[in-house]
Design a binder for this molecule. Structure first.
Ligand code: ATP
Length: 241
């Protein structure tokens, strides 16, 4: 079963077409990465999948078409975006940021916020220690953990991550990707947009390369990591490990 399937997806801003005829699949329980240079259209693709940008083509989520499903209903069904700039509420505490992640479930009458939050703390003990701190005082790694934790409050089935490694030190990047693997092992499907192709390909099952608004390469992540063009363009001279 595919968690996500997009066919012939075309997306733009007004008359400017940014993505043309994109086809991607995310198998249930897998990590798929989408790598590509600045401005290739990676964020645009995630925004179209969440319904924040209009698109033509077909998107299905666990077999159901999304064309008429609102952004809120996509979140309610477990399709959640973790945006690139982490977009936390800096003046609000860690606890309040997490509670906001539970909002769509709360609206539907699901009042197990405390239990869900306890599960998030089991995954991110650091967040429990920072519970009352303003989000703006957290380190880069902690903010990424909070952004992930907030998305987990919605009990996602498919997480869309935009550049989770952006601006983080190498050790923290490792930790974030370790957490991403654990999420997959816990049954969440993930589509990860990354410029750090090395880190993304290491944990992914399958990958796409997006260039100039089209998919230029795709394959099992291990195969792509050995592809000379990918090595030259995205992995640098060092051999992919
Ligand atoms: P980055 O890694 O820099 O975020 P990206 O691959 O995510 O790059 P996008 O942010 O999706 O790329 O941008 C793709 C193209 O769409 C770029 O040419 C960009 O200038 C254009 N674009 C992005 N946002 C808008 C917008 N709000 N209005 C018009 N054009 C936009």
């Amino acid at each position: 079963m595919n968690a996500l399937e997009a066919r012939n997806l075309t997306v733009g801003y007004g008359k400017a077409v940014v993505l043309r005829d994109i086809g991607i699949e995310v198998k249930e329980g897998s990590i798929v990465s989408l790598v590509g240079p600045n401005g290739a259209g990676k964020t645009t693709l995630l925004l179209a999948l969440t319904g924040l940008l209009p698109s033509t083509g077909a998107i299905s989520y666990f077999g159901e078409p999304l064309a008429t499903v609102s952004v809120e209903d996509r979140v309610a069904r477990g399709l959640c975006l973790v945006p690139e700039r982490r977009e936390l509420f800096g003046d609000m505490s860690v606890a309040d940021n997490l509670e906001l992640g539970n909002f769509s479930r709360w609206v539907r009458g699901e009042r197990d916020t405390k239990k869900t939050m306890a599960e998030v703390f089991d995954r991110f003990p650091r967040l429990r220690e920072r519970l009352d701190k303003h989000a703006s005082t957290l380190s880069g790694g902690e903010r990424q953990m909070l952004a992930l934790g907030r998305a987990l409050m919605a009990r996602p089935r498919l997480l869309l991550l935009d550049e989770p490694s952006l601006g983080l030190a190498p050790l923290i990047v490792r930790e974030i990707f370790r957490i991403i693997s654990h999420l997959r092992d816990g049954g969440v499907s993930l589509l990860v947009v990354e410029q750090n192709a090395r880190a993304a390909l290491e944990v992914s099952d399958y990958a796409y390369v997006l260039e100039n608004g089209s998919i230029s390469l795709q394959g099992p992540a291990k195969e792509l990591a050995g592809n000379p063009k990918v090595i030259d363009t995205y992995l640098g001279r060092r051999k992919a490990n």
